[in-house]
Design a protein around this ligand. Structure first.
Ligand SMILES: NC(=O)c1ccc[n+]([C@@H]2O[C@H](COP(=O)([O-])OP(=O)(O)OC[C@H]3O[C@@H](n4cnc5c(N)ncnc54)[C@H](O)[C@@H]3O)[C@@H](O)[C@H]2O)c1
Ligand SMILES: [Zn+2]
Length: 357
């Protein structure tokens, strides 16, 4: 396994990362007595592997497998988990292990960060999105009826273990959706990653473990680097939102049903690259290269039947807008973006028309 360090956390990437149950290598120390393993029903077999490692190190464990899905990121589920931890006798030295996609790592991170004012948490992301994004950077999130991730904390996990071999059981749409974020990392920071993706498209579509391991490692390293420079998102961390300004609006306009997150990000990157081109920030070749790689990954660059008014309304509501103005992250070249760019509203409307027609 290869290791990346980020603030107080260690990120390990490689086959076998799931077996890295910490007591073995001293991350958590020898005083670990109780561990709670949180997962969802689709990830139970991976959670059992983590649990097995803990058990064989003499740790007392309890496992909880929730129904899969975004609905679990609620305060009521969090509160049930807090009570389960208390009943199991978890104390300040106990550790929570979260094994699953972004839903489980967001929820597990939140519960761990609030139980007894914060106990240690280890995240084992099992989706591509989780390994390259959700589990890295220390943001936790809970949804309210009023919106997604409106409650949350910044809380760095003690350990993040990314084993790309678990991605072979992911449903195809989830996997391809995760590739949207992967292409994003190439575009915002790393032209050599972008070329690596381009050269290995067949292996990526075939989920070859060596290639995936390389991709997860490089993306996780980029995210860790960006976050280390700007943990609480006051500046540069904004570049991670490339494709997300318009992507989020498309997701919201489709009531989070029409598009998966990574699909919306792919279409958002297409629209934002169009804006960059229109503003003379990037040449046509950048838009063309990105479009080609997105398509070859199996991602959409257009979405039909998305009412423009709804998308524009969602764009105005985006919580990341500073003082009511929408600011964009726009590409200058493959591997380089600028952030905080204001764009005339007629250009935004025109780009939206292109990607929704
Ligand atoms: N904290 C952050 O910085 C951050 C960043 C991005 C996204 N997120 C959050 O992440 C969540 C989305 O994460 P996600 O896309 O991983 O969704 P998810 O957790 O819902 O997982 C997607 C589906 O795949 C299943 N699954 C997971 N791993 C599997 C595997 N290896 N094999 C088979 N099935 C598997 C899950 O059970 C689920 O049904 C959202 O709630 C989003 O807000 C957080
Ligand atoms: Zn995203």
């Amino acid at each position: 396994v290869r290791e990346i360090s980020l603030l107080s956390s260690r990120i390990v990437v490689g086959p076998g990362a799931l077996g890295w149950s910490t007591s073995a290598d001293g991350v958590l120390g020898s005083e670990l007595r109780r561990a709670f393993v949180l997962t969802d029903r689709n990830c139970l077999k991976y959670a059992r592997r983590v649990e097995q490692g803990l058990k064989s190190a003499g740790v007392e464990t309890q496992i909880s497998a929730l129904p899969a899905g975004e609905l679990q990121k609620s305060l009521s589920t969090a509160s049930k988990l807090h009570q389960q931890l208390a009943r199991f006798g978890m104390d300040r030295k106990s550790v929570l292990f979260a094994v699953g996609g972004g839903v489980i790592t967001d929820l597990g991170g939140f519960v761990a960060s609030t139980y007894m004012r914060g106990i240690r948490v280890c995240l084992y992301p099992t989706t591509l999105l989780g390994q390259v994004d959700a589990a890295i950077g220390g943001k936790t999130g809970i949804n309210l009826p009023q919106g997604k991730n409106l409650v949350g904390t910044f809380y760095q996990p003690a350990l993040v273990g990314c084993d790309a071999t678990v991605l072979k059981t992911l449903p195809d749409r989830e996997y391809v959706s995760g590739l949207g974020e992967v292409v994003k990392y190439g575009m915002i920071r790393d032209a050599t990653l972008f070329e690596f993706i381009d050269r290995n498209l067949a292996a990526i579509r075939g989920r070859e473990p060596e290639v995936l391991d390389e991709i997860v490692h490089r993306c996780a390293a980029i995210k860790a680097d960006v976050v280390a420079k700007d943990e609480k998102e006051s500046g540069e961390r904004a570049i991670l939102n490339y494709g997300h300004t318009i992507g989020h609006a498309l997701e919201a306009a489709g009531n989070f049903k029409t598009l998966h997150h990574g699909e919306a990000v792919a279409i958002g990157m297409e629209a934002e690259a169009i804006l960059a081109m229109e503003l003379g920030i990037a040449p046509l070749e950048v838009l063309a290269a990105q479009n080609r790689v997105l398509k070859l990954c199996g991602l959409p660059t257009r979405v039909k039947k998305m009412p423009e008014k709804k998308v524009l309304a969602a764009l105005r509501l985006d919580k990341k807008n500073v003082s009511g103005r929408t600011r964009f992250v726009l590409p200058e070249a493959v591997g380089k973006v600028r952030w905080g760019v204001e764009v005339p509203s007629d250009l935004i409307a025109a780009a939206l028309r292109t990607v929704t027609s």
